[in-house]
Design a binder for this molecule. Structure first.
Ligand SMILES: [Zn+2]
Ligand SMILES: [Zn+2]
Ligand SMILES: [Zn+2]
Length: 251
């Protein structure tokens, strides 16, 4: 399995428009973070998690030429607003887009033009919405376990494929979901900043969850401009790293 971190940044991205803080003006490319998303290639199946606002740039950078499915964690703008840029990947086929019923309903209203009858040709991604139900879904050849987590009041889906788990936009993982994550070899988890936040794990909270789960490798994602890559790298235990855009994880 090959996992590409397409984006490791919080909803604004880093640099933040108009911000002149030391991270936003840093020359370290690992401090430049597009909106949070990953691409997973496994057993001949190509899966995108979230169509971030930056999806077009991310697809071009990573060389995504085909997808078998898109899975949405939740419907916040930073995770879905690249939806229209799926168009070139749906010229030849209808692409399934999976999400919870809450997420699918949001997609229908936010992207209503996609589902209205209009003239043929261009203009709209050729997608079909698929409501998921726990505990798991099949996407191509991949068996994907759904991991319910909380993002403030909102329900968000995390995912586990074999020994890889991905939990973005969360500030609480229920015990039943901790059990689903246990035993994963690599876990990517939300860790917005050092200071606490009402809907995201802080770095220390993310580390605490990872220490309980004990994967071989852990990564923090959805990072804001408070965190300098090298400094947070030095702060974290050796087996946990901040993710960065373009990071490829194989297992
Ligand atoms: Zn987000
Ligand atoms: Zn800044
Ligand atoms: Zn969110």
């Amino acid at each position: 399995m090959k996992i590409t971190i397409l984006g490791s940044g919080t909803s604004h991205g880093v640099p933040v428009i108009g911000c002149s803080c030391r991270v936003c003006t840093s020359r370290n490319p690992k401090n430049r973070r597009l909106r949070t998303s990953v691409w997973i290639e496994t057993g001949g199946t190509s899966i995108l998690i979230d169509t971030s606002t930056d999806f077009r740039t991310q697809a071009l950078r990573a060389g995504i030429t085909s997808l078998d499915g898109v899975i949405l964690s939740h419907s916040h703008a930073d995770h879905i607003h690249g939806m229209d840029d799926l168009r070139p990947l749906t010229f030849e086929k209808t692409l399934p887009v999976f999400g919870s019923s809450e997420t699918i309903e949001e997609i229908k209203s936010r992207f209503d033009y996609i589902f209205k009858k209009t003239q043929q040709g261009g203009g709209k991604p050729n997608i079909i919405l698929r409501k998921v139900e726990t505990p798991a879904i099949m996407c191509g050849n991949a068996d994907i376990l759904l991991i319910p987590v909380k993002h403030g009041e909102l329900n968000v889906l995390g995912f586990r494929i074999d020994d890889f788990a991905y939990v973005t936009d969360a500030n609480a993982v229920p015990d039943t979901s901790m059990d689903l994550l246990r035993g994963a070899e690599v876990i990517v988890i939300d860790g917005l900043r050092y200071r606490p936040h009402s809907t995201h794990f802080s770095v220390d909270q993310a580390v605490a969850v990872l220490k309980e789960l004990k994967p071989a490798r852990g990564y923090i994602t959805h990072i804001c401009h408070d965190l300098d890559h090298d400094e947070v790298s030095a702060y974290l235990p050796a087996w946990i790293e901040p993710a960065w855009d373009g990071l490829v994880i194989t297992l």
